[in-house]
Design a protein around this ligand. Sequence first.
Ligand code: EPZ
Length: 423
Amino acid sequence: MQKFRIKGGLPLKGEVKVSSAKNSILPIIAATILCDDECIIENFPMLEDVSVICDVLKSLNVNVQMDNDNNILKIDGRNMDSLNLSEDLIRKMRASFLVLGPLLSRFGKARIYMPGGCNIGLRPIDLHLKGLEALGADISIKDGCVDISARKLKGTNIYLDFPSVGATENLIMAGALADGVTIIENAAKEPEIVDLAIFINGMGGDIEGAGSSKIVINGVKKLKGIRHMPIYDRIEAGTYMALAAITKSKFKIKGVNEDHLRAVISKFYEMGLDITINGTDVLVNGNVDLKPINIKTLPHPGFPTDMQPQLMSLLSLVSGTSTIVETIFENRFMHVMELRRMGANISIHDRVAVIEGIEKFIPSRVKATDLRAGAALILAALSCEGESEITDIYHIDRGYSQIENKLRNLGAEIFRLTDKTSI
Ligand code: EPZ
């Protein structure tokens, strides 16, 4: 296992470039198997999750070529065969469940394993399966294995009980080649959904309304391969903005789509953070006094749950009382224990965190419990003078490409080491 050793307290400067969005590229990679042609994805981020979903496709005999020097991904599904997804790959990453919709669309059947939950929640898939059944799929679940088949999916109206991002994506992909029209109501409105719709429409699909709560998918007969550049990673961008704030540094973040981060930027403004936006460049000056605020995570365009741990770190150093309500995942406060080790004064009441500002964090040895919790700990460690260690950093590698290089380019002292103390 690996760990980060961080010497915090140094002011950061310069600029950092945001990579393409993990949560956009994962469904887009799944969508490439909707056609029996080559798709080219540019500027793909080197992330563990990208490698895992590519391994899932390779296990289905899809030809995947990763050009890491030029960040070009070539995916060609013309020779796809086996439809039984390996359990360990599905369990490795929930998002690999996103291949279900495309498999069903293209081949009319699939065998897949129930994706594991993870530290932040049970992560059920009932909305995915209910939507696929509405489209005419027969589903049987035995010993954690999902057998699903449909001679031909038939468009229908689907109302999502919750605007689930993954369910919306799976159902868009299932509807893309279905007979007739599929209407998804109460759909998720995240920017990554819009990017997926743009990708499928570029393949020859016919999807309207992505980004709104009502998406209309007119099934088409066939889709073709295309070249696509995914959107920037809004969560990575927000994480670096929080980093400038917590280290009281001034640096530029390149590759920020303001429209995708409105709720986060408005909260930073509410705190009094000095932000200058110039197109897709954002200059953040963290050397200002910040005010305590209240945050409630909500589906897009509300405040994103994926920015909650990072803001918890930042608000821990803002004098006064702040609150965070986590409404999306039932167990997304795992980082609180680790921040408390560093001296944070946070109390939890069900889904509400009450944060009393402290002077500074205490450098400590802490553990990343999930992807965004790990990012929150990096922010905390970089904010305080002294040496901290963060273990279990494989969580962080899932969603932040080349993070130590990007941080070192900003002047941070962060080193990746083998953690001999862990089993
Ligand atoms: C996506 O996960 C993202 N992952 C998550 O990002 C993100 O936190 C989440 O959307 C919410 O924005 C990817 O895009 C790969 P959901 P997803 O389905 O699709 C419940 C990160 O840090 N639900 O919108 O799994 C579920 O339990 C990750 O980058 C059901 O009840 O999220 C949760 O409480 C973490 N039944 C809520 O909906 C279902 O069938 C939101 O889940 C599906 C979901």
